[in-house]
Structures are given as structure tokens and as C-alpha cells.
Design a protein around this ligand. Structure first.
Ligand SMILES: [Fe+2]
Length: 292
């Protein structure tokens, strides 16, 4: 099974898909194939996790840190079924294996049914520091911990339902921006300072530091309409991060029907990735998150 639809997930790429789509079911899920992982792959996963654990402390939001232990002991690639034994009772979510990026309709359908797609294959050694498309480490380490948070878990489901409702409204680009600037590259103002919650940040060493401490990027107060007008970068660190104050704020702003926003957006110009609009609230870099 080949996918030609443009996916909405992190790191959309024009390159041919890497996973084995012939083993996918009609809904694009497949078996994890845990027995096929090599010792090298288990070791690489363990090293990826060990490195990232040193960086997330003091930089990731508390909800993410609190749930990390649910991913297992990180000595090797976990079995998805073991994570699901904890995840299902916690928030009703489960993770399902997929061969890679999947078409948006199937993607939205999985999310709307509280099923999160996780790529079954792991990056190569040559990609240890950087990979364009999402792999197992990005999907699992970056995304799955926050599925244990009840409010964020509801937000992701609402996003999937909103995506299905948006079919035919030519709104995919707007939805991509919501996903990109929140689920992948969101940051949060907390009593302890700025913290990251986006998976694209939390599975990256460099951007985790950059998004919180660098004076370069804009950190703009979250506003759904403003965000959906803003283009984004897929090949560099983000030039703008949208800052939420809580997951409740995020859920309340995005769970409603987006249709009225789509209408308003058609009359508004798009904004470049580095725009700052007059009078909008911005946040200073986080003085607490210093290099480890
Ligand atoms: Fe992602």
C-alpha cells in the first residue's frame, strides 16, 4: 500500500516512504514487529533516550516529565502493548504502529478514536542527531508521554475530530499549522518559567535549548486565529513559538468548530514565520533553562 496524500504530521517530506507499507492494514496500522528489532536498534534507542533525558529536565513541562517512566526502563525499544497497558486505563488512548507518515484522513480518524500512530522503524546511526521524517524515537519519546495527561489527551482527540469535520473546507493548511505550532513545537509559560511540550522540540537536543533560551525566535502568546495565519519552517528551528499558559487554554481555544475561523482567515493575509504583529504579547527567553 502506497500513500500519495500529503500528510499533516511532523517533518512532511517529499522523499519516498521508508516503512514497509505492504504490511499495513486498510487503516494504515500494522504490527509493531518487535521481534524484528536488532540488538543495534535496541542499543541505539537506549542511547537516544539516555541523551534526551539529560536535556528535558528543567526544560520540558512537568506533565511530560511525570509520564516518562511509563515508556519503560529505556534499556531497549519498548513493546507498544506494554505501554498500552498503562495508557488505556490512564486516558483511554492507545498507541498503534504505522509504517510512517499516513494520509490525513486516516491520521485524523485514528486521533479522533484515541489511537496515536507511532512509526515502527528507528532512525539509522547516521541519523542519530537529526532526521527529517518522524521515526519511532520521535513518535514515542516526543508524543506519547503527554497522552497520559487527561487534558492534552482530550485536545489531541478534538484535533482529530476537527480534522475530519474540516474535510472539504480546504482547511488542511490551517490544521497543519495548529498541529505544528502546538503538538510539535508548542511551549508553555509555567510558574517555573517557559517549558516545552511540543514533540518536535522534546525529541530534539538543539531546539529544546533554542526555543527556551535563544533571543532569536519570537515567543508569541497563543491565539488560534493568529497562529493559523502563520507559515512555518520545516527545515530550520522555528522562528516563532506560540506560548500557552495551560493545556486547558489550548483545549478551550481549539476544541470548538473551526469553521468560523476558516471563514475569517480567508479575509486575512498570511504571515511569515518570523512575523510579530503590533501590540501582541510576547515572552522573553527563559533565564532558568541554562545549558546542562
Ligand atoms: Fe510528531
Amino acid at each position: 500500500m502506497q500513500t500519495t496524500a500529503k500528510p499533516v504530521t511532523y517533518g512532511a517530506s517529499d522523499r519516498p516512504p521508508r516503512g514497509d507499507y505492504s504490511r499495513a492494514r486498510e487503516d494504515y496500522t500494522c504490527d509493531q514487529g518487535w521481534d524484528a528489532y536488532t540488538a543495534d536498534e535496541h542499543g541505539r534507542y537506549a542511547r537516544l533516550v539516555a541523551r534526551q533525558l539529560k536535556h528535558v529536565e528543567g526544560r520540558a513541562c512537568d506533565e511530560f516529565i511525570a509520564a516518562l517512566s511509563h515508556l519503560g526502563d529505556a534499556q531497549g525499544i519498548p513493546r507498544f502493548e506494554n505501554i498500552n497497558q498503562l495508557l488505556k486505563p490512564a486516558t483511554g488512548w492507545e498507541i498503534v504502529a504505522v509504517p510512517g507518515l499516513i494520509p490525513e484522513r486516516e491520521f485524523f480518524t485514528l486521533l479522533a478514536n484515541r489511537r496515536f500512530p507511532v512509526t515502527y522503524w528507528l532512525r539509522t546511526e547516521a541519523e542519530f542527531d537529526y532526521i527529517v521524517e518522524p521515526d519511532l524515537f520521535h513518535d514515542l519519546f516526543g508524543h506519547v508521554p503527554l497522552l497520559f495527561d487527561p487534558v492534552f489527551a482530550d485536545y489531541i482527540q478534538a484535533f482529530g475530530a476537527g480534522g475530519l469535520k474540516a474535510e472539504g473546507l480546504h482547511a488542511l493548511e490551517y490544521l497543519s499549522r495548529i498541529y505544528w505550532y502546538t503538538v510539535e513545537f508548542g511551549i508553555m509559560q509555567t510558574p517555573k518559567g517557559l517549558r516545552a511540550y511540543g514533540a518536535g522540540i522534546l525529541s530534539s537536543v538543539g531546539e529544546l535549548e533554542h526555543c527556551l533560551t535563544s533571543p532569536q525566535p519570537n515567543r508569541v502568546a497563543f491565539d488560534a486565529l493568529r497562529l493559523m495565519r502563520t507559515r512555518y519552517k520545516i527545515d530550520t528551528y522555528q522562528e516563532t513559538y506560540f506560548v500557552i499558559e495551560s493545556f486547558d487554554e489550548l483545549f478551550d481555544a481549539t476544541a470548538p468548530d473551526f469553521a468560523p475561523l476558516y471563514q475569517a482567515l480567508r479575509d486575512l493575509p498570511e504571515l511569515p514565520a518570523n512575523a510579530v504583529e503590533p501590540g501582541e504579547r510576547t515572552y522573553a527567553p527563559n533565564p532558568l533553562a541554562q545549558p546542562a
